[in-house]
Design a protein around this ligand. Structure first.
Ligand code: IMP
Ligand code: MG
Length: 228
């Protein structure tokens, strides 16, 4: 018998039945038959690999964060919030579009009274496109004196949130906290505090779980990283 640890890794990953492998390895069959067997296995493995890679518009992506890992990260954030924010009647402000899935799963795990509002950040002033975020659209609550928690999908360079925070502070909130599912420390250029971080990730472009590539990929239940 071939012990599991002596089996080639590809065969272990692919879960080829051990009985079959040892039969081929130990029986005195012609070399050509063995090669054939190996060919079938390798072929199936490469098919499996191709299945995992997805194409979105002109780019290829590979799975990088499973739905289970995402859920664990959200559970952790919800746990901290349930300790910190209970009794403070906070207002959660969800930044659309990217944060819709995170917000939906996070808020179901929150066990204290709270309000939820949704905003969009516009980078347009009049008809002129600018590189900076200038306007919050859709805010329908008075922030004065309240504990506010901004819910973001990802903080990358940190520039978007750096523009958003003063807008909210100007509305005289008592406290403004920041929560993000994902954080890219190597890309971050600012120095404000991020109160709740689900997961730190490498500085690679990702999609899925609300995040998009030119509008596509938001519906994917797990996160994929671009193939460079
Ligand atoms: P920041 O201003 O660089 O922190 O990025 C802010 C916004 O850019 C995020 O809220 C996302 O909408 C978008 N973004 C940043 N990194 C990614 C990514 O890897 N995939 C998809 N969108 C991203
Ligand atoms: Mg966002």
């Amino acid at each position: 018998m071939i012990a599991e640890k002596t089996m080639p890794k590809v065969l272990r990953i692919f879960k080829v039945p051990k009985v079959l492998i040892s039969w081929y390895a130990e029986s005195d069959i012609q070399l050509v038959k063995k090669l054939n067997f190996a060919g079938i296995v390798l072929n199936s493995i490469s098919m499996e690999k191709t299945k995992e890679i997805i194409q979105v518009l002109d780019k290829k992506f590979v799975p990088s964060i499973s739905a289970e890992k995402i859920d664990q990260a959200i559970q952790k954030v919800a746990g901290y919030m349930n300790e910190d924010l209970a009794g403070k009647n906070p207002l959660f402000i969800v930044v659309l579009n990217g944060a819709f899935m995170f917000a939906s799963d996070l808020l179901k795990k929150i066990n204290f009274d709270c309000e939820v509002s949704f905003v969009k950040l516009s980078s347009y002033v009049g008809t002129q496109t600018t590189n900076t975020v200038r306007e919050l659209i859709g805010l329908d609550r008075v922030l004065k004196g309240r504990t506010v928690v901004i819910i973001e999908d990802i903080i990358d360079t940190g520039i978007t949130m750096a523009h958003t925070l003063p807008l909210l502070k100007n509305l005289e909130a008592k406290d403004v906290k920041v929560a993000t599912l994902l954080f890219k420390p190597d890309a971050f250029q600012k120095d404000y505090r991020i109160d709740y971080v689900g997961m730190k990730i490498p500085n690679d472009f990702i999609i899925g779980y609300g995040l998009d590539y030119n509008g596509y990929g938001r519906n994917l239940p797990e996160i994929y990283t671009v193939v460079k």
